[in-house]
Design a binder for this molecule. Sequence first.
Ligand code: UDP
Ligand code: MG
Length: 317
Amino acid sequence: MDLTVVVPCFNEQRALPHLHDALCRVLPRLATEYEIVVVDDGSTDRTLPQVRALAAVDPRLGFVSLSRNFGKEAALLAGLQRARGRRVAIMDADLQHPPELLGRMLALLDDGRDQVVACRDRRHEPLSRALPAKVFYRVFNGFRGLRIPAGAGDYRVLSQRAVQALLALPEQHRFSKGLFAWIGFDTAHVPLPHVPRRGGRSKWSRRGLLEYALDGFFSFHHKPLRFAVHLGAALVLGSLSGLVAGVPALFAGVLAVCGVQLGCLGLIGEYLGRIHLETKHRPHFLVKETGGRAADRGSAVLCGASADPVQGELWSA
Ligand code: UDP
Ligand code: MG
């Protein structure tokens, strides 16, 4: 298999036929043998019947339908587990990731890279979305360790070696941008022009984006815990020197210390909650149905939890 295209879909009934048309135009020029793996992430509209219909007419298309909406990260994982291609592309269903860019990205991959990433041009995004994104990348990259290039999204092509590296990471909280950066390998970037969504609407509310950013941050950085320790020590020292100087605003000082203590407890709670989730070893997603090419994959019918938490999924083909 020369190329696999993985497409996570949540309520994409309007965009999907356009994406399929575009892929059928572009892919034959780019790969000798290719497959499209659509992951229906528990859509509540007519996405699943549509995917079934596409799989019935296109033998190159396979699909996996999850038992409910598990989120894009889980849908990506489900798709990558079924990607058999030597080269694997990941793209959104809404044509905001133009298939026409694939040629350039694959050429860079064939040049010896393991990852080629399309970096979003944020100039056309509303400030309400571009600004928080900018702040997130600043803060995330401000800590020593991993760097995520600003605008790097999920439109990328990977070598099968990079896909295997991703699948070997077992964590429950899958912040893909961080995981892609963590596996390393030679990476090239291409600019991604802004394209408006083809039908439907974005699945990200402001709150959802904030939670996604916090999840990403806390699953990759533990330094804030150390920062809390430093802050506590500085406050104790500060209040001691305040006492020596006979500061009358002792009350205000006590309040400030209480606030910091609460903040630090909250911080510890964030990490503790994450550990709690990780220790449950739940599967990342459950599969409700598979069809087309993806159906003959993975394994046969399995009922009960998978023995392997990395693959972690239930099958009921
Ligand atoms: N998506 C998904 N599960 C979700 C949310 C989104 O599979 O819970 C898919 C969605 O169908 C699309 C891609 O992830 O193909 C990106 O979503 P969206 O276009 O809403 O994000 P945006 O482009 O606004 O960042
Ligand atoms: Mg989109």
